[in-house]
Design a binder for this molecule. Structure first.
Ligand code: ATP
Ligand code: SF4
Ligand code: MG
Length: 332
């Protein structure tokens, strides 16, 4: 049973001259309790995909999908209200800036209390006990003191821990962490990632970890999805991707890691290949990686589709182990 199955998710934004596509038919799967890493250069559509799953896109955005199945229910078949309530009961998201999850005008106690109450946390005393437990779970030493504080009185790392506690208060089956450490000091980054992984493993909840940092994913995930220019390029078990990446972009990303294990360079960005990700309204003909791809050849002017590779995963490249392609489109 999958926790999350997304099939052909597309997102576009509306302009006066029409819709501009920014996420193109993205399909991903996560098993129960699985940790999925999503990696890709800035502007590749990682956040839009996450916001679409959560139902948090701005009104100027449009989304379509064959289905988004979260813990057994298809979100695409629900009304807006039902969907919002269902997602709130099953999933939570934390952002790069903890301030995005915290209100500067209210104490940590009141914000945590409101979230716990919303999720049926019992009477006042029970809710306070729960808030203290949550802060303790996320590694805050003096939860009683922190409860009385406001976000501006805490460091970035502490605020991110509080944001994680707020997310956990929803008891989510799925937690999406969208670059949760990019804004933090180097030493704090690894602590937060370790915390997220530990909590996910302990609670058997799914974790979608969105990042630029491939080294970080290599150590902490079960599966990895590599995205580029709004498309999924490769999606496979982490061990498969690390041992035999099939897509030239994934290979370039892996080659660009100075040293596996040498991670958490603050603000690190992926500069795996010469050139830049194409502007979404100036996409190249055929493969979107074409102009930057070291392996490009004549057939790459045709658009590659995402294909299943037997005993591997899914890859969007004409050159990906053609002999081993499973024409039956087996589930990866
Ligand atoms: N509010 C918006 N209106 C129009 N286009 C947007 C908006 N936000 C993002 N985009 C565009 O959508 C595309 C995908 O953006 P997205 O933020 O999902 O990328 P990302 O992979 O999360 O990047 P980053 O790593 O920098 O967070 C980009 O081309 C971006 O310019
Ligand atoms: S389809 Fe061609 S251009 Fe695209 S990644 Fe594969 S080899 Fe490179
Ligand atoms: Mg983003």
């Amino acid at each position: 049973m999958h926790l999350l199955r997304v099939e052909n998710l597309s997102v576009s934004y509306l302009t006066e001259s029409g819709e501009v596509p920014i996420v193109d038919r993205m399909s991903i799967k996560m098993g129960m309790g699985e940790i999925l890493g999503v990696v890709g250069e800035s502007g590749s559509g990682k956040s839009m995909m996450a916001l679409a799953i959560m139902g948090l896109l701005s009104p100027k955005m449009r989304m379509r999908a064959d289905y988004i199945n979260l813990d057994g229910e298809d979100l695409m078949k629900m009304s807006v209200e039902d969907r919002a309530a269902y997602v709130a009961s099953k999933a939570a998201i934390i952002f790069q800036e903890p301030q995005a999850s915290l209100n500067p005008c209210f104490s940590i106690a009141s914000q945590l209390d409101e979230t716990i109450a919303f999720h049926g946390g019992g009477g006042r005393a029970d809710r306070k006990t729960k808030a203290l437990e949550l802060l303790d779970d996320v590694g805050i030493n003096r939860p009683d003191l922190v409860l009385k504080m406001y976000p501006h009185q805490l460091s970035g790392g502490m605020n991110q821990r509080v944001a994680i506690a707020m997310a956990l208060a929803c008891e989510p089956r799925l937690l999406i962490a969208d670059e949760p450490t990019t804004a933090l000091d180097v030493t704090i980054q690894s602590q937060i990632i370790e915390l997220l992984v530990k909590l996910s493993r302990a609670q058997q909840s799914g974790l979608m970890l969105i990042t630029h940092d491939f080294a970080l994913l290599s150590e902490n995930t079960d599966r990895i999805g590599v995205v580029y220019s709004g498309q999924l390029m490769e999606h496979a078990a982490t061990e498969n991707i690390l041992s035999s990446p099939h897509h030239p972009y994934t290979k370039a990303l892996l080659d660009s890691i100075p040293q596996l294990g040498d991670r958490h360079v603050k603000g690190s960005r992926l500069f795996a290949l010469d050139g830049n990700i194409p502007a979404i309204d100036q996409l190249p003909v055929g493969c979107r990686l074409g102009p930057r791809c070291p392996k490009a050849e004549r057939q790459c002017v045709n658009t590659p589709e995402l294909r299943s590779i037997e005993n591997y995963g899914k890859v969007r490249c004409h050159l990906a182990s053609v002999s081993s392609v499973n024409k039956a489109e087996a589930d990866s």
